[in-house]
Design a protein around this ligand. Structure first.
Ligand SMILES: Nc1nc2c(c(=O)[nH]1)N[C@H]1C(S)=C(S)[C@@H](COP(=O)(O)OP(=O)(O)OC[C@H]3O[C@@H](n4cnc5c(=O)[nH]c(N)nc54)[C@H](O)[C@@H]3O)O[C@H]1N2
Ligand SMILES: Nc1nc2c(c(=O)[nH]1)N[C@H]1C(S)=C(S)[C@@H](COP(=O)(O)OP(=O)(O)OC[C@H]3O[C@@H](n4cnc5c(=O)[nH]c(N)nc54)[C@H](O)[C@@H]3O)O[C@H]1N2
Ligand SMILES: [Mo]
Length: 761
């Protein structure tokens, strides 16, 4: 049938690039832009553009032509033979290749059955995950649009990146923009700032990646420029590697999970020393009295002194005293990495940082105040004009949504209620899972629990280019194309470029574009027009670009027409006239630019939060001990920090030379903690939730008692012992959420034990 046809235009001409040095067509990944070399229908090279990492970008030929590509649709044997139903054989059963018509008919039949017998919320289709860079073929946008068109679904709300921030920030500053897209630009820092205090550091590995695809790598230069002008950096992190090479920063290495205590103690110091900017507090904030009552110990009997914080953080008090001396004068930028809020009570460090910045009174001034995520992702602090990277428009969902980190609980506890940000959610009865563009067996915490939830589904459909752990655990697998096989528009809104990404090679095997798979299902379900409005790939790209052109017309920016843009490959978006300063407008005119909080101001005390009545999130920022941290560790327990991998994007690239598949994932450990274990040894980490292997990498830069292991290894439990063999730390993490307010992932609060493997007697 016509709907099954693949709608990608002709791939880029081989002649476009045939030899080294020739300029081939532009393409883009979340990990950077490149020029492609194509020969005889194969991608043979990828040359990095504008500072992209050569290893990550250079892995494209391996990715596209990988032996792990899924060549055709597959169905799990047990499902094919016995029909839909709960099963724990997923991942062990054979996957049987079938033709497209068979697979599409079976998938459409299951969707119809769900809508008919159980209603839209029985289908979990939030499909959390990064998918690929192009915005039309963004798998997660496509699956949500399709399921909304088909009748609705259970969506996943917020994200793993900054879920706790997304919940708390609207109560404090009226919106999520300070974590979703707004920041004080590095240009402003380079010009004005005397001190940058970076909680969670500025790890350059994180700058390689940006959602939608980063084209420019300007941050390292601007950091160097700030330093050259005399700006001093103070990095607060358990890992010295969070100080970028070439930066002379003071390093403080507290216990993970104690940052809030340090921030509150600095705020207390500001108050008692008379440094607090009372005029700022009175004009721009509300509730500082309640906060001060807590800081001084009036409320709970404990003054939040530097001595108190030093005890919580287990660092010398002199270090915190020196930090206070550094920030009491001059223009100070306070920053926290997103990692801080991916932890028990993750809402608190972000609220506390804003409170400290309010005490110093520089919010909205050039180079001053606060910004979240300078060390988290490429693009944060890049002075770019936003809004020119188009996106696929969504459709209203008639189903519901659950907090993203609660999805396994939702499947395991249908009908129970969940408290979430002042609301009560009744968990839906999920019977079917539809995932396209994410890898939950990489990203979700407590993978034993995830496996149990996974076994409860009656049918699981996955689209994937590669046989990832998630694809292997599906009932119906559709092979998806990669960005190299289709035309698209990509870029990140925090960047200086928008890219036209050309199809470079034909679809591999029988792979189809995600949107063509959905179009074929939509035909069968009778919702084709709602899904794609009769537009082809080219039609959609033109429509999406027309939105950027219209924006340009309104803002007086000259945007190339579609054909010219396609020919250019990269369109440089003109930079804004002045460097961005977070909350500048609010500072200039607090009445005209009221914040969307009840008071219109920054809320250092929030009545709304207090009224929720959650004891873990009272009405002002506060410090509570994490559930799991070194403060309560038993002998032999370590705090495991699971950060982002250096040369992968999450689980993507793992199976290429850039990735970590050569050995169990590396585990950084202070040599003092190694006992008789040696560098390069395979070790086993474990706790009550699970165990995995890792490869020991001694690093004097790690705080003793802390272990640092990146995420990104493909889940591979030993069938006999259950030990995960590739080093996926999410068998160890808990899916306990930050709080009832945020219901966000607290992946970074986990205690573990370590032993040599195989075990020595
Ligand atoms: N312990 C711990 N866990 C964490 C984190 C942590 O810090 N600690 N970080 C969390 C964070 S912030 C995030 S964002 C998540 C990330 O988790 P994910 O976003 O799930 O990770 P990815 O590996 O990027 O998954 C994307 C998947 O999409 C597939 N894909 C790529 N292109 C296409 C396409 O065109 N079509 C289709 N159908 N599929 C495609 C890829 O092969 C890959 O399997 O992990 C979270 N997990
Ligand atoms: N190369 C690469 N870059 C990436 C990604 C990737 O997969 N690969 N993923 C991207 C995504 S989706 C996201 S959301 C961002 C995430 O951005 P972040 O969450 O900021 O990144 P992480 O690498 O998880 O953590 C940053 C650093 O925080 C430190 N840290 C951990 N716990 C604590 C603590 O309690 N206190 C303090 N002070 N420091 C702590 C760790 O040492 C770690 O190196 O990264 C993005 N960048
Ligand atoms: Mo993320």
């Amino acid at each position: 049938m016509a709907g099954d046809m693949i709608q990608t235009d002709t791939p880029a001409d081989d002649a476009a690039a045939t030899g080294p040095g020739d300029l081939g067509p532009v393409s883009l990944a979340h990990w950077g832009a490149f020029r492609a070399q194509v020969k005889e229908g194969r991608l043979i090279g990828a040359a990095p553009l504008n500072g992209a990492d050569p290893d990550m970008v250079g892995a494209w030929p391996e990715l596209v032509h990988s032996p792990l590509r899924i060549d055709r649709p597959h169905i799990r044997r047990g499902w094919l033979e016995n029909g839909p139903g709960r099963s724990d054989a997923r991942g062990r059963d054979d996957m049987i290749p079938v033709d497209w018509e068979t697979a599409l008919d079976l998938a459409a039949g299951e969707l119809e059955r769900m809508y008919r017998d159980h209603g839209p919320t029985a289908i979990m289709g939030g499909s959390y995950g990064w998918s690929s860079a192009g915005r039309l073929h963004h798998a997660r946008s496509q699956v949500r649009r399709f399921l909304a068109a088909a009748g609705g679904f259970t969506d996943q709300q917020w994200n793993y990146s900054w879920g706790a921030a997304a919940a708390i920030l609207p109560h404090v500053v009226g919106s999520i923009e300070s974590v979703s897209h707004a920041s004080t630009s590095w240009e402003s820092i380079a010009e004005h700032t005397d001190r940058v205090v970076a909680f969670g550091g500025l790890n350059p590995k994180n700058w390689r990646v940006s959602s939608g695809g980063s084209v420019g790598q300007t941050t390292p230069d601007l950091v160097a420029k700030a330093q050259a002008r005399g700006c001093r950096f103070i990095v607060i992190s358990p890992l010295a590697q969070d100080v970028p090479p070439g930066l002379e920063a003071d390093l403080i290495q507290p216990r993970p999970g104690s940052d809030t205590a340090i921030m509150l103690a600095l705020a207390h110091e500001a108050w008692i020393s008379g440094r607090a900017d009372i005029a700022f507090l009175e004009a721009y904030t509300t509730g500082h009295e309640a906060l001060v009552a807590y800081l001084t110990g009036q409320t709970d009997g404990t003054a939040k002194t530097l001595a108190w914080a030093a005890e919580q953080a287990d660092v010398p008090q002199a270090q915190l005293q020196a930090l206070w001396e550094q920030i009491r004068e001059g223009r100070v930028m306070l920053s926290a990495a997103w990692s801080l809020q991916r932890a028990d009570h993750g809402e608190q460090p972000f609220w506390a940082l804003i409170a400290l910045a309010a005490m110093l009174g520089q919010i909205g001034l050039p180079g001053g105040g606060f910004t979240f995520g300078y060390g988290s992702m490429g693009g944060v602090g890049v002075n770019a004009r936003r809004g020119y990277v188009p996106s696929l428009p969504g459709l209203a969902n008639k189903g519901m949504s659950v907090p993203v980190a609660a999805w396994a609980d939702a499947i395991l506890h249908p009908g129970e209620t969940l408290e979430f940000n002042g609301q009560q959610i009744t968990l839906p009865d999920i019977r079917m899972i539809y995932w396209a563009g994410g890898n939950p067996f990489h990203h979700a915490q407590d993978l034993s629990k995830v496996q149990e939830a996974w076994s409860r589904a009656e049918t699981i459909i996955v689209h994937e280019p590669w046989w990832t752990p998630t694809a292997r655990r599906a009932d119906i697998v559709f092979p998806a194309t990669t960005t190299a096989e289709r035309n698209d528009i990509g870029g990140t809104s925090r960047d200086h470029f928008v890219a036209f990404m050309r199809a470079l090679v034909p679809p591999q095997g029988e792979a189809r574009n995600d949107r063509d798979i959905f179009a074929a299902l939509a035909d069968r379900l009778g919702c084709r027009y709602t899904f794609d409005e009769g537009l082809s790939e080219d039609g959609w790209l033109r429509r999406m670009w027309a939105g950027s052109e219209a924006r340009g017309a309104k803002e007086g920016i000259e945007v190339p027409d579609f054909e010219s843009f396609r020919d250019m490959g990269l369109w440089p978006v003109p930079a804004p006239e002045a460097p961005e300063v977070l909350m500048e407008g609010f500072r200039a005119d607090p009445k005209g630019n009221r914040l969307a909080t009840p008071s219109g101001r920054i809320e250092l005390f929030s009545q709304a939060v207090a009224d929720f009545g959650y004891e873990e999130t009272p009405g002002h920022p506060h410090f509570a001990h994490p559930v799991e941290w070194l403060g309560s560790a038993e002998e032999g327990q370590f705090h495991l920090v699971t950060n982002q991998p250096e040369k992968q994007l999450h689980s993507q690239l793992w199976h290429t030379p850039a990735g970590m598949s050569g050995a169990p994932a590396p585990l950084r450990i202070n040599p003092a903690d190694m006992g008789d274990m040696q560098a390069g040894d395979t070790v086993r980490l474990w706790n009550d939730r699970g165990s995995c292997l890792a490869t020991l990498r001694p690093d004097t830069g790690v705080r003793p008692g802390v272990l640092v292991m990146p995420t990104g290894a493909w889940f591979d439990p030993d069938p006999q012992t259950g030990i995960e063999r590739n080093g996926n730390p999410n068998v160890l993490t808990s899916d306990r959420r930050t709080s009832r307010l945020g219901q966000a992932s607290a992946a970074l609060s986990a205690l573990v034990r370590i032993a040599p493997e195989p075990a020595k007697d």
